[in-house]
Ligand binder design. Structure first.
Ligand code: FES
Ligand code: FE
Length: 426
């Protein structure tokens, strides 16, 4: 097979072959090499605050249960009955000490242990002595600053090592409140007729900001959020391991610390108070970075954390090469003043909500790309070269996307070079 990602530093040119967005065989390889080997986000600890809380999650194509058992321990269980396979938990979320399978009524404690089977006299005394009939647990589950991830590869490196340079950007969000941050329930769920990697790219693509979202900037300007010459400028970084970030200033208000006139004098006092607390915890420089700078962070392969006019977490599940399901959550400081929470929610919905000024426009752009690839095989390559001529690429260059593609190439092209299991070398 021809190389899928080509980087030519001399020319300079960076291009990605369009088959990665449409080809079924490549899609299957992604499931094996990426979605079965990389750390994947499953949820935030604040989503299951009480013992017995559970949420169903689809991660890497698997049906999972994100739970806090009666002993207070967070676990991720496969939601598949060890008897004959049925989904055990059918509710989206809830709180329960016991999970009971609909089919033959086997029941399990919320840590997965099998505790009841109708017709027990039909089974041997030693049945399940080895625990193999309990709900199976995902063995590799690790958490960083309350962001919980799973990995289906037992040989995977530690989560902290995997996150590497991206940890600093998670810290800038987790540090926003001394009381911690929480997910505001419930998530938003929608689907896009486009390949999942188009959303990964789009999430750290500042280049499209002004042309695609001009209407939003016009509205922000009417509220005193005038675009200054430094706005939308900043850095775009390849963080390594496929993670990427853009960090920049922007004209919109930020509930963590950037006031706009539309929020009035009371809003100003509140922002000043938040800023003062952050300065006393972290010093002026770091506080300024937390409050004033916007960040769009991509954790390879499919977690996006946007710390912009609100904070959002997004994950996306590839269903077919040209179709993905997206889940979006809002994150906020715990115990936030209710007026502020309202402003944050307005800000969130207005831009990044599924009916806001950004998300539908972005989805339209992604679907146009997918449409453009389809049946136009003669046009083979996407170009991602912007900023290669600069020593330090800026946020509306494409260096951060190149970081994603470098890792993708390493995982997918190397898989191509590895002999298939069971094959005989010549
Ligand atoms: Fe669950 Fe039979 S499949 S009890
Ligand atoms: Fe966008």
């Amino acid at each position: 097979m021809e190389k899928l990602v080509v980087e030519n530093k001399v020319k300079p040119e960076f291009k990605v072959h369009r088959s990665v967005f449409t080809d079924q065989e490549i899609f299957e390889r992604e499931k094996k090499e990426i979605f079965s080997k990389c750390w994947l986000f499953v949820g935030h600890e604040s989503e299951i605050p009480n013992n017995g809380d559970f949420i169903r999650r689809k991660v890497g194509g698997r049906n999972l249960l994100f739970t806090r058992s009666s002993d207070g321990v967070i676990r991720v269980l496969y939601n598949s009955c060890p008897h004959r396979g049925a989904l055990v938990v059918r509710e989206e979320k809830g709180n329960s000490k016991v999970f009971r399978c609909f089919y033959h009524a086997w029941s399990f404690k919320n840590d997965g242990e099998l505790v009841g089977m109708p017709g027990k006299d039909g089974f041997s005394e030693t049945f399940n002595c080895d625990g193999s009939k309990n709900l199976k647990e995902v063995t590799r589950m690790e958490s960083y600053r309350e962001f919980v991830f799973v990995n289906f590869d037992n040989n995977a490196i530690l989560l902290q090592e995997y996150l590497g340079n991206a940890k600093e950007y998670i810290d800038l969000i987790a540090d926003q409140s001394e009381l911690g941050i929480e997910v505001l329930l419930d998530p938003q769920e929608y689907s896009v007729r486009a390949n999942w990697k188009l959303l990964a790219e789009n999430s750290v693509d500042s280049y499209h900001g002004m042309p695609t979202h001009k209407t939003y900037f016009d509205i922000v300007a009417t509220r005193g959020g005038e675009l200054s010459k430094d706005d939308l400028q900043g850095v775009g970084l390849d963080l390594g391991n496929g993670h990427a970030v853009v960090e920049y200033t922007a004209p919109w208000g930020r509930p963590v610390g950037k006031w706009i006139p539309a929020w009035g004098e009371e809003g100003k006092r509140e922002i000043e108070e938040i800023t003062r607390k952050l300065e006393s915890r972290f010093g002026k420089e770091r506080a300024e970075r937390i409050t004033r700078k916007n960040r769009n962070l991509l954790i390879f392969p499919n977690l996006v954390i946007n710390d912009i006019m609100a904070v959002t977490i997004r994950t996306f599940n590839p269903i077919e090469p040209g179709y993905m399901e997206v889940t979006g959550y809002a994150l906020a400081a715990k115990a936030e003043n209710p007026d502020f929470r309202r402003r944050r929610n307005d800000n969130f919905l207005e831009f990044i909500g599924p009916g806001g000024f950004a998300t539908p426009d972005d989805n339209e752009a992604l679907e146009l790309c997918q449409e453009g690839f389809l049946n136009n095989q003669e046009v083979e390559w996407n170009d991602i070269s912007k900023g290669m001529i600069r020593e330090q690429p800026v946020s509306n260059d494409e260096e951060q996307m190149r970081g994603f593609w470098r890792k993708y190439d390493e995982l997918i092209s190397n898989a191509e070079l590895k002999p298939e299991e069971g094959s005989v070398g010549i």
